[in-house]
Design a protein around this ligand. Structure first.
Ligand code: HEC
Length: 152
C-alpha cells in the first residue's frame, strides 16, 4: 500500500467516506456528480486494501482527484474543515501539519497564516510528509476512465 493510502486508513477517513459509485438506477451518486459512471471491481484491481467504506457521512471520494485539483484546497480542508464547509462535522487533522520557521520568503506550500491566530511571527504552517502523501493519494483518485473497450 502506498503511504498516502496508509494515512487515509490510519486516520479513519473511510469511517465517513466511501469509494464506491452506485449505478444510476441505484441511488443518486452519479446525479450528485460523484462519478461519471458506476465503479466496477476492476477499478480496485491494483489496490491491496481498497477503502470502499461502509458508512457514508461525507461525500463519496472515488473521483475526488477529478473533482478538485487544487493542492492547497486539500491542505486547508485537512487543517480546518470548517474553513471550507462551515459547520461541518468533518474533524480537523491539524496534527498532520507542522509549525516551522520561515527561512526567508514564505514557502508556497505553507498554509494561510490566518488559520492559526497564535502562530508566532516568522513561523509558517507546513504539511507534514504524511499530509503531502495523503493529498497526493486524494488527487490520484479518478475512476472516470472507460472500463469497456469501445465497440468497433
Ligand atoms: C466524522 C466524519 C468524517 C471523517 C472522519 C472525515 N470526513 Fe471528510 N467530510 C465529511 C463530511 C460530512 C464532508 C462534507 C462537508 C460538509 O458539507 O459538511 C466531508 C468532506 C470531505 C471532502 C470534500 C468532498 C467533496 O466532494 O468536496 C474531502 C476531500 C474529505 N472530506 C476528505 C477526508 C479525508 C481525507 C479524511 C481523513 C483524513 C476525512 N475526510 C475524514 C466527514 C468526515
Amino acid at each position: 500500500m502506498e503511504v498516502g493510502q496508509q494515512v487515509y486508513g490510519a486516520n479513519g477517513c473511510s469511517g465517513c467516506h466511501t469509494q464506491v459509485v452506485r449505478p444510476a438506477n441505484m441511488g443518486s451518486d452519479i446525479a450528485r456528480g460523484w462519478g461519471s459512471r458506476r465503479t466496477f471491481p476492476v477499478d480496485y484491481y491494483h489496490e491491496t486494501n481498497p477503502f470502499l467504506g461502509i458508512v457514508r457521512i461525507g461525500p463519496d471520494l472515488s473521483n475526488i482527484g477529478k473533482r478538485k485539483k487544487d493542492t492547497s484546497w486539500f491542505y486547508i480542508l485537512l487543517y480546518e474543515p470548517n474553513q471550507i464547509f462551515p459547520g461541518t462535522i468533518m474533524p480537523p487533522y491539524k496534527y498532520l501539519f507542522r509549525k516551522v520557521r520561515a527561512e526567508g520568503k514564505r514557502n508556497p506550500e505553507a498554509l494561510p497564516p490566518e488559520l492559526d491566530r497564535t502562530l508566532p511571527k516568522g513561523m509558517q504552517i507546513m504539511p507534514s510528509p504524511e499530509a503531502v502523501a495523503l493529498v497526493a493519494y486524494l488527487l490520484s483518485l479518478d475512476r472516470s476512465y472507460p472500463t469497456q473497450p469501445k465497440k468497433q
